[in-house]
Design a protein around this ligand. Structure first.
Ligand SMILES: N[C@@H](CCC(=O)N[C@@H](CS)C(=O)NCC(=O)O)C(=O)O
Length: 205
Protein backbone atom coordinates (compact mmCIF):
# COMPACT_ATOMS: atom_id res chain seq x y z
CA UNK A 1 0.00 0.00 0.00
CA UNK A 2 1.21 3.51 -0.83
CA UNK A 3 2.30 5.73 2.06
CA UNK A 4 0.88 9.24 1.59
CA UNK A 5 1.85 12.39 3.46
CA UNK A 6 0.28 15.76 2.68
CA UNK A 7 2.11 18.82 3.96
CA UNK A 8 0.18 22.08 4.19
CA UNK A 9 -0.44 24.95 6.59
CA UNK A 10 -2.38 24.42 9.81
CA UNK A 11 -5.80 25.78 8.92
CA UNK A 12 -9.03 24.38 7.43
CA UNK A 13 -8.88 25.87 3.98
CA UNK A 14 -6.55 26.98 1.23
CA UNK A 15 -4.87 25.03 -1.52
CA UNK A 16 -4.26 21.92 0.57
CA UNK A 17 -7.82 21.47 1.83
CA UNK A 18 -9.45 19.90 -1.27
CA UNK A 19 -6.88 17.06 -1.19
CA UNK A 20 -7.43 16.52 2.54
CA UNK A 21 -11.19 16.33 1.91
CA UNK A 22 -10.79 14.04 -1.09
CA UNK A 23 -8.67 11.58 0.87
CA UNK A 24 -11.06 11.69 3.82
CA UNK A 25 -14.07 11.08 1.56
CA UNK A 26 -12.29 8.27 -0.30
CA UNK A 27 -11.06 6.74 2.99
CA UNK A 28 -7.47 6.99 1.78
CA UNK A 29 -5.09 6.85 4.73
CA UNK A 30 -2.60 9.70 4.81
CA UNK A 31 -0.39 11.60 7.19
CA UNK A 32 -1.80 15.12 7.58
CA UNK A 33 1.28 17.22 8.28
CA UNK A 34 0.26 20.74 9.29
CA UNK A 35 3.06 23.29 9.33
CA UNK A 36 2.71 26.16 11.82
CA UNK A 37 3.48 29.51 10.17
CA UNK A 38 6.38 29.95 12.61
CA UNK A 39 8.06 26.87 11.08
CA UNK A 40 7.40 27.85 7.46
CA UNK A 41 10.78 29.49 6.70
CA UNK A 42 12.62 26.26 7.58
CA UNK A 43 10.14 24.03 5.74
CA UNK A 44 10.07 26.36 2.71
CA UNK A 45 13.72 25.66 1.93
CA UNK A 46 12.91 21.94 1.54
CA UNK A 47 10.10 22.42 -0.99
CA UNK A 48 10.62 22.33 -4.77
CA UNK A 49 8.92 25.67 -5.56
CA UNK A 50 9.12 27.17 -2.05
CA UNK A 51 5.37 26.68 -1.62
CA UNK A 52 2.79 24.28 -0.17
CA UNK A 53 0.98 21.93 -0.56
CA UNK A 54 3.42 19.07 -1.10
CA UNK A 55 2.33 15.44 -1.34
CA UNK A 56 4.81 12.69 -0.58
CA UNK A 57 4.06 9.24 -1.98
CA UNK A 58 6.37 6.52 -0.70
CA UNK A 59 8.96 9.20 0.04
CA UNK A 60 8.80 10.91 -3.39
CA UNK A 61 7.22 14.33 -3.54
CA UNK A 62 4.95 16.16 -5.93
CA UNK A 63 3.87 19.80 -5.70
CA UNK A 64 1.15 22.01 -7.25
CA UNK A 65 -2.26 21.78 -5.65
CA UNK A 66 -4.18 20.77 -8.77
CA UNK A 67 -1.68 18.06 -9.70
CA UNK A 68 -2.12 16.75 -6.15
CA UNK A 69 -5.92 17.04 -6.42
CA UNK A 70 -5.91 15.01 -9.63
CA UNK A 71 -3.65 12.36 -8.12
CA UNK A 72 -5.61 11.91 -4.91
CA UNK A 73 -8.87 12.37 -6.85
CA UNK A 74 -7.99 9.30 -8.90
CA UNK A 75 -7.16 7.29 -5.78
CA UNK A 76 -10.37 8.41 -4.07
CA UNK A 77 -12.68 7.85 -7.07
CA UNK A 78 -13.30 11.60 -7.29
CA UNK A 79 -11.78 12.30 -10.71
CA UNK A 80 -13.45 11.52 -14.05
CA UNK A 81 -12.06 8.72 -16.22
CA UNK A 82 -13.67 10.20 -19.34
CA UNK A 83 -11.20 12.65 -20.98
CA UNK A 84 -13.78 15.35 -21.70
CA UNK A 85 -15.20 15.24 -18.18
CA UNK A 86 -11.64 15.31 -16.82
CA UNK A 87 -10.98 18.47 -18.89
CA UNK A 88 -14.10 20.11 -17.41
CA UNK A 89 -12.92 19.12 -13.93
CA UNK A 90 -9.44 20.58 -14.61
CA UNK A 91 -10.88 23.77 -16.10
CA UNK A 92 -12.76 24.57 -12.91
CA UNK A 93 -9.82 23.77 -10.63
CA UNK A 94 -7.52 25.98 -12.72
CA UNK A 95 -10.05 28.82 -12.74
CA UNK A 96 -10.18 28.72 -8.93
CA UNK A 97 -6.37 28.71 -8.95
CA UNK A 98 -6.36 31.86 -11.16
CA UNK A 99 -8.65 33.80 -8.84
CA UNK A 100 -6.76 32.49 -5.78
CA UNK A 101 -3.59 34.14 -7.13
CA UNK A 102 -5.43 37.47 -7.40
CA UNK A 103 -6.71 37.17 -3.82
CA UNK A 104 -3.30 36.07 -2.52
CA UNK A 105 -1.70 39.18 -4.05
CA UNK A 106 -3.65 41.32 -1.56
CA UNK A 107 -2.39 39.42 1.51
CA UNK A 108 0.97 41.17 1.43
CA UNK A 109 -0.43 44.73 1.23
CA UNK A 110 0.56 46.29 4.53
CA UNK A 111 -1.22 49.65 4.56
CA UNK A 112 -4.85 49.23 5.55
CA UNK A 113 -6.28 51.85 3.18
CA UNK A 114 -4.38 50.30 0.26
CA UNK A 115 -5.62 46.85 1.22
CA UNK A 116 -9.19 48.17 1.43
CA UNK A 117 -9.13 49.66 -2.05
CA UNK A 118 -7.39 46.60 -3.55
CA UNK A 119 -9.96 44.28 -1.96
CA UNK A 120 -12.90 46.46 -3.03
CA UNK A 121 -11.59 46.47 -6.60
CA UNK A 122 -11.18 42.70 -6.39
CA UNK A 123 -14.76 42.25 -5.15
CA UNK A 124 -16.22 44.50 -7.86
CA UNK A 125 -14.02 43.08 -10.64
CA UNK A 126 -12.31 39.68 -10.74
CA UNK A 127 -14.16 38.06 -7.82
CA UNK A 128 -17.56 38.96 -9.23
CA UNK A 129 -16.42 37.82 -12.70
CA UNK A 130 -15.13 34.41 -11.54
CA UNK A 131 -18.23 33.84 -9.40
CA UNK A 132 -20.49 34.62 -12.36
CA UNK A 133 -18.53 32.50 -14.82
CA UNK A 134 -18.24 29.50 -12.50
CA UNK A 135 -21.98 29.75 -11.88
CA UNK A 136 -22.54 29.76 -15.66
CA UNK A 137 -20.37 26.66 -15.99
CA UNK A 138 -22.29 24.93 -13.20
CA UNK A 139 -25.59 25.74 -14.96
CA UNK A 140 -24.17 24.28 -18.19
CA UNK A 141 -23.09 21.05 -16.49
CA UNK A 142 -26.55 20.50 -14.98
CA UNK A 143 -26.51 22.71 -11.87
CA UNK A 144 -25.38 20.09 -9.39
CA UNK A 145 -21.77 19.11 -10.13
CA UNK A 146 -19.02 20.65 -12.26
CA UNK A 147 -18.09 17.44 -14.10
CA UNK A 148 -19.16 13.85 -14.63
CA UNK A 149 -22.59 14.40 -12.98
CA UNK A 150 -21.09 13.41 -9.65
CA UNK A 151 -18.83 14.70 -6.90
CA UNK A 152 -15.27 15.35 -8.11
CA UNK A 153 -12.25 17.25 -6.86
CA UNK A 154 -13.48 20.27 -8.88
CA UNK A 155 -16.50 20.50 -6.57
CA UNK A 156 -14.21 20.30 -3.54
CA UNK A 157 -11.97 23.07 -4.86
CA UNK A 158 -14.94 25.41 -5.44
CA UNK A 159 -16.45 24.43 -2.08
CA UNK A 160 -13.27 25.42 -0.21
CA UNK A 161 -13.09 28.73 -2.13
CA UNK A 162 -16.74 29.68 -1.44
CA UNK A 163 -16.29 28.66 2.20
CA UNK A 164 -13.40 31.13 2.46
CA UNK A 165 -15.31 33.93 0.69
CA UNK A 166 -18.28 33.52 3.04
CA UNK A 167 -16.16 33.13 6.19
CA UNK A 168 -15.73 36.84 6.92
CA UNK A 169 -11.97 36.27 7.16
CA UNK A 170 -11.22 38.37 4.08
CA UNK A 171 -11.34 41.98 5.24
CA UNK A 172 -13.23 44.32 2.89
CA UNK A 173 -14.70 41.48 0.84
CA UNK A 174 -18.45 41.52 1.57
CA UNK A 175 -19.34 38.16 3.20
CA UNK A 176 -22.54 38.01 1.15
CA UNK A 177 -20.80 38.61 -2.20
CA UNK A 178 -21.20 35.01 -3.40
CA UNK A 179 -24.81 34.88 -2.13
CA UNK A 180 -25.66 37.99 -4.16
CA UNK A 181 -23.66 37.23 -7.29
CA UNK A 182 -23.77 33.44 -7.58
CA UNK A 183 -26.66 31.87 -5.62
CA UNK A 184 -26.25 28.59 -7.54
CA UNK A 185 -22.67 28.32 -6.26
CA UNK A 186 -23.95 28.90 -2.73
CA UNK A 187 -26.55 26.14 -3.21
CA UNK A 188 -23.69 23.92 -4.43
CA UNK A 189 -21.68 24.93 -1.35
CA UNK A 190 -24.59 24.09 0.99
CA UNK A 191 -25.15 20.75 -0.73
CA UNK A 192 -21.50 19.80 -0.24
CA UNK A 193 -21.50 21.15 3.30
CA UNK A 194 -24.33 18.72 4.06
CA UNK A 195 -22.62 15.80 2.32
CA UNK A 196 -22.33 13.17 5.11
CA UNK A 197 -18.57 12.76 4.73
CA UNK A 198 -17.86 16.50 4.49
CA UNK A 199 -20.13 17.23 7.48
CA UNK A 200 -18.32 14.47 9.41
CA UNK A 201 -14.93 15.91 8.43
CA UNK A 202 -15.72 19.34 9.86
CA UNK A 203 -17.78 18.13 12.86
CA UNK A 204 -14.82 17.96 15.23
CA UNK A 205 -12.64 20.57 13.56
N1 LIG B 1 0.55 27.06 -7.84
C1 LIG B 1 0.85 26.58 -6.53
C2 LIG B 1 0.78 27.76 -5.57
C3 LIG B 1 1.29 27.37 -4.20
C4 LIG B 1 1.23 28.52 -3.21
O1 LIG B 1 1.35 29.71 -3.55
N2 LIG B 1 1.05 28.15 -1.92
C5 LIG B 1 0.99 29.11 -0.85
C6 LIG B 1 -0.02 28.64 0.18
S1 LIG B 1 -1.66 28.42 -0.43
C7 LIG B 1 2.32 29.20 -0.16
O2 LIG B 1 3.02 28.22 -0.02
N3 LIG B 1 2.64 30.40 0.35
C8 LIG B 1 3.79 30.63 1.18
C9 LIG B 1 4.87 31.43 0.54
O3 LIG B 1 4.72 31.76 -0.65
O4 LIG B 1 5.84 31.74 1.23
C10 LIG B 1 -0.15 25.48 -6.14
O5 LIG B 1 -1.24 25.44 -6.73
O6 LIG B 1 0.16 24.65 -5.27
Amino acid sequence: MRKLKLTYFDFHGGRGEPARLAMFIGEIEFEDRRVPFSEWPAVKAETLFHALPVLKVDGKSVTQSNAINRYVGKLAGLYPSDSWQAALCDEVMDAVEDITHKIAATFTIEKDDEKRSARQALADGPLRFYLERLQTRLEQTGGEYFADNRLTVADLKVFVWIRHLRSGKLDYIPVDLSDRVAPLLVEHFERLNNHPKIAAYYKNR
